[in-house]
Design a protein around this ligand. Structure first.
Ligand code: MOS
Length: 763
């Protein structure tokens, strides 16, 4: 890697550092979960239900069992005593609160009913096809209207003032319902498990966003002490929330491995991704806003339904941002959980906030139209200076600055508000905007730093890098505090044998890992300098450790610290003045290595942090181009301006917002999992039929970070950026669609059928 182009020393914090794991991935050297092979590895293929509701009448496995190479057919009748205990929806619990093959009931299409295990994948596939399952089907409930049949209860949260009274007396009101469909996570790396049983416990290679929680859950499910369990997830082809908790394929692979006493691989294919490993649930949200004639909000009601499976209590918390985004005295959020015969939902990038802000921000855009007010001005007028939900000050909030910067970028002052009034190159142009927010916290994290005798630095933590740049951030901290070049820093993540680290979820790893990594490396260096001053054969013998420092990987007297970066490392000048390499100190002291541990104290134990409301903020400005002659719509530009605290790696950080904006374009125009009503099968459950945004769909994307440090969250001032970028894209795009076409889309995605309603004509 061309490390010379990257700022050296402390300047690496905040620089655009390429991912240190990039070469491993681009050369195919990185081993993902399913890349792990073992002698004697057996292959498993799952059989899934072909009905959406009912029961298994009979399951005939004997033909399959007689096929060549078949080792085992697992089904309900031979899976006794595999699962000892089973957790129900607690932190770190199974994504589906029911063991596979629990009984003969079918709750959704694609539910696992059997697994065939054979010597080869082909033999296992053939055996799975030979398993005969007969069902007593019932009509599944996949009614698209989530209010249909809902009898309650509704949970109320964040209530303040009297929203109903305020709505009744408001001069201007909005009352609309917004719908977001089921969206399926489609990370490049599909789920899958290689399970290895050693007679006492398991090693599970499973695509996981949280190996520590994964080990705890699997230990409880499989009845094996945690000490005998190991989960490994070193490289992940992203997860988007779908890999936060283990799914049943992991349990089944482990059960088969134990029964056969052989390693077993079970992979989830792209079709199975649509039924068996979570999705963002369908939401239906009624928003009521009340305002004065000059655009001051007086009431907000956010009453939503969130769909879950028959097996779980998953709620998409659409109202989480509603209490604090705007200043408003009267407010209530209510939640209704609705069951349908679909697979269990899961968090998906920006859970709650992404669909929730589609509704709230769309309603704000509609209110602006009704008020004949600029939607930007409406937001500035109602900006909250304090979190009115928790009645705490924000640790740092620069949402107004995001809006103003975005307005400058797109040239908002040139906007003409009338529908269809802006034209360019024969096309109608529409502009829209939407705000974003996502919570911040400092969660517990432990990391170790080892100064090794070969001159390398090893950093270890059992958090993961799901593609976001976490490996690189650890290396940046180690480099910033030692000056050891990046290509001599080794970072080890994604393995429960490492010091406990957080789940890669909630955009919280960066703010958690920074204090732990910093304190580990600082302690290791302090020990090194102590050793350098104590040992008799050191050139620094007798010096007070406070007069010593480490720079460019070398121990030196503080006044010798190089002023020109690279001077010492590249060997100019005389050696004694430039100090000695740290590994030389270890050699002189005759010690193998120096290791130190750092821990992050969580913000929920920090009275100061607890007195603040901690969130990131952002705004998207979207432009669409509409060709009325053929109802052709393109998103042409998106400007994303984000206030996420200090950015540690501007390259990886901008990548997060860019990727999220791409998913936002997909959400707005393309993504939707649809269910066939008789069998509850996802009818577009494949990459041929489920549309995601591709390069050809993408606008010019432009990301700006405001870079205001938030020192309440941690000493670097950094908050998370993984999820927030997806919030606010869809309302910005649907507002732009309205501006261009006059069509208000409240049910995503925007379809050509919607656009055909447009009365806007060519110029
Ligand atoms: Mo995020 S949806 O917590 O991976």
């Amino acid at each position: 890697m061309a490390t010379t182009q990257i700022p050296q020393g402390a300047g690496i914090i905040g620089a655009a550092v390429p991912r240190i794991d990039g070469p491993l991935k681009t050369t195919g050297t990185a081993r993902y979960s399913l890349d792990h092979h073992f002698p004697n590895l057996a292959h498993a293929v799952a059989v899934q239900s072909t009905i959406g509701k009912g029961r298994i009448r009979s399951l005939a496995a004997s033909a399959a069992e007689k096929r060549p190479g078949v080792l085992l057919v697992l089904h309900r009748s031979n899976l006794e005593n595999v699962f000892r205990t089973y957790p129900r929806q607690e932190d770190g619990s199974m994504a589906e609160s029911r063991p596979p093959f629990d009984d003969d009931q079918i709750f959704y299409f694609g539910q696992y009913v059997a697994v065939a295990v054979a010597e080869t994948l082909e033999q296992a596939t053939a055996a799975a096809e030979a398993i005969r399952v007969e069902y007593d089907p019932e009509t599944p409930d996949v009614r698209p209207d989530l209010s249909a049949g809902f009898t309650g209860p509704r949970d109320s949260s964040w209530k303040r003032g009297d929203p109903d009274q305020a709505l009744a007396s408001a001069p201007v009101t909005i009352d609309e319902t917004y719908v977001t469909p089921v969206e399926t996570h489609n990370p490049m790396e599909m789920h899958g498990t290689v399970a290895v049983w050693d007679g006492e416990g398991f090693t599970l290679y499973d695509g996981s966003q949280g190996v520590v929680g994964h080990r705890t859950t699997m230990s409880e499910v499989l009845g094996v002490p945690r000490e005998n369990m190991r989960t490994i997830s070193r490289f992940i082809g992203s997860g988007f929330g779908g890999k936060l908790s283990p799914w049943p394929q992991c349990t089944l692979a482990a059960a088969a491995a134990r029964k056969l006493n052989r390693p077993v691989k079970l992979s989830v294919d792209r079709r199975m991704m649509f039924t068996s490993v979570g999705h963002r649930p369908h939401t239906q949200q009624r928003i009521r806003l009340g305002a004065t004639a000059d655009g001051k909000l007086t009431a907000i009601r956010h009453d939503f339904f969130s769909e879950t499976s028959m097996l779980d209590d998953f709620v998409e918390h659409c109202g989480e941002q509603t209490p604090f985004l705007y200043s408003c005295p009267n407010l209530e959020v209510t939640t209704g959980m609705v069951r349908r015969n679909v697979g269990t939902p899961a968090p998906m990038r920006g859970p709650g906030a992404v669909p929730g802000l589609f509704a709230l921000e769309s309603a704000m855009n509609e209110l602006a139209v009704k008020l004949k007010m600029d939607p930007l001005e409406l937001r500035l007028k109602n900006d909250a200076e304090r979190d009115e939900g928790t009645n705490r000050p924000f640790s740092s909030r620069h949402l107004k600055a995001c809006y103003l910067a975005g307005a400058e970028k797109i040239g908002w002052k040139n906007r003409t508000p009338a529908v269809g009034s802006m034209r360019r190159d024969g096309k109608v142009i529409g502009w829209g905007l939407g705000g974003a927010s996502w919570g911040a916290a400092r969660i517990p994290c432990t990391a170790t730093v080892e100064l090794c005798p070969n001159g390398r630095v090893c950093v270890r933590c059992a958090t993961q890098d799901i593609g976001t740049g976490t490996y690189t951030l650890f290396a940046q901290v180690a480099h910033a505090k030692t000056g050891v070049p990046l290509d001599r820093i080794d970072v080890f993540l994604g393995d429960t044998t490492l010091p406990d680290g957080p789940t890669s979820g909630g955009s919280m790893v960066t703010s958690a890992m920074l204090p732990a990594a910093t304190s580990a490396v600082t302690s290791a260096v302090a020990r090194l300098l102590n050793v350098a001053s104590l040992i008799p054969n050191s050139p620094f013998h007798g010096a007070h450790p406070d007069t010593l420092t480490i720079a460019e990987g070398r121990v030196m007297a503080k006044q010798q610290q190089p002023q020109v970066v690279g001077a010492a490392y590249h060997g100019g000048g005389n050696l004694s003045a430039n100090g000695i390499p740290f590994e030389e100190v270890l050699r002189l002291a005759d010690i193998g290595s120096i290791t130190a541990t750092g821990r992050t104290a969580p913000s929920f134990e920090d009275p100061k942090a607890r007195s603040y409301s901690m969130h990131s903020f952002g705004a998207h400005f979207a432009e669409v181009e509409y060709d009325p002659e053929i109802a052709r719509l393109r998103v042409s530009r998106v400007f994303s301006i984000f206030d996420c605290g200090r950015i540690i790696n501007t390259k990886a950080g901008a990548n997060q917002i860019l990727g999220a904006a791409v998913m936002g374009v997909g959400m707005s125009l393309l993504e939707e999992t649809r269910y066939e009503t008789r069998t509850a099968q996802p009818i577009n459950g494949s990459f041929a039929d489920y549309l995601v945004a591709t390069c050809a769909d993408l606008p010019d994307l432009d990301v700006t970070f405001l870079d205001y440090p938030d020192y309440i969250v941690n000493e670097y001032g950094a908050r998370g950026i993984g999820e927030i970028g997806m919030a606010g894209v869809a309302p910005a795009i649907t507002e732009a669609v309205y501006h261009a076409t006059g069509v208000r889309v409240r049910q995503l995605p925007v379809r050509i059928e919607d656009l055909l309603e447009s009365k806007v004509l060519e110029a």
